[in-house]
Design a protein around this ligand. Structure first.
Ligand code: KMT
Length: 216
């Protein structure tokens, strides 16, 4: 376990959780759904279990919610396109020049080297290109770093289309459903290789940091 924690030295105690669905206001604990109870039971120290229970949701206490504009200021783009709106998805693909597409299905049965892949997805990394995912089934979390190097957790479900910019530190995990199916888009020959943190000297990272400074 020491090893797990040692591989995760970057400010793990700060969490912000993004919900892009309406937040339900509930009066009594008995009205809470199971997952809301999980939020409730966790406290600031919960994050030390990050590699053990990574699928649980860790919220700040008190919770803090963000808007899509907050995401945009990090270069993270989001759209909601109903899965049946095939034309709209095609249009989006053409407009952004995504010449490559495939489908990734993450489950123990469907994904070869499941354990290893999931571990790699959850290790903090960046890419030299955009990462584009359109969720068609299942659910999961992308975590991205904000300008203060805090984690922002983005919950994804069918119809969610997310673009992470090149150079942003991020990671992915399944949630408790242990299943997600997503269309992956790319311009040209796809490169999936993660560049693990620390990668501050990587050109994509430097470019991203410059873009952030200009933007803010
Ligand atoms: C990635 O690169 O992290 C993934 O493809 C994760 C699964 S797609 C939702």
């Amino acid at each position: 376990k020491t090893e797990d924690l040692a591989s995760f030295p970057y400010n793990a105690s700060l969490w912000v959780y993004l919900r892009h669905y309406p937040i339900e206001i509930l009066d009594t604990p008995s009205e809470m759904t199971k997952s809301q109870k999980i939020f409730h039971q966790l406290d600031r120290n919960a994050d030390i279990h990050i590699d053990l229970d990574k699928q649980l949701i860790y919220e700040r206490v008190p919770p803090q919610y963000l808007t899509l504009d907050d995401l945009k200021s990090l270069g993270v783009l989001y759209w909601k396109i109903p899965v049946q709106n095939v034309d709209e998805i095609d249009k989006f693909r053409k407009e952004r020049g995504y010449s490559y597409e495939d489908l990734i299905e993450c489950s123990r049965e469907k994904l070869p080297n499941y354990d290893e892949k999931l571990k790699d997805f959850f290790r903090e990394h960046l890419h030299s290109d955009e990462e584009i995912r359109y969720i068609v089934d299942g659910s999961g979390y992308f975590d991205v770093r904000n300008k203060k190097d805090e984690w922002i957790r983005i919950s994804l479900a069918p119809a969610d289309l997310l673009i992470l910019p090149a150079g942003i530190y991020h990671r992915f995990t399944l949630d408790q459903n242990n299943y997600i199916k997503a269309r992956r888009f790319f311009v040209g020959e796809p490169v999936w290789t993660p560049i693990n943190r620390p990668a501050d000297e990587h050109p994509a990272r430097k470019e991203y940091m410059t873009a952030l400074t200009v933007e803010s």
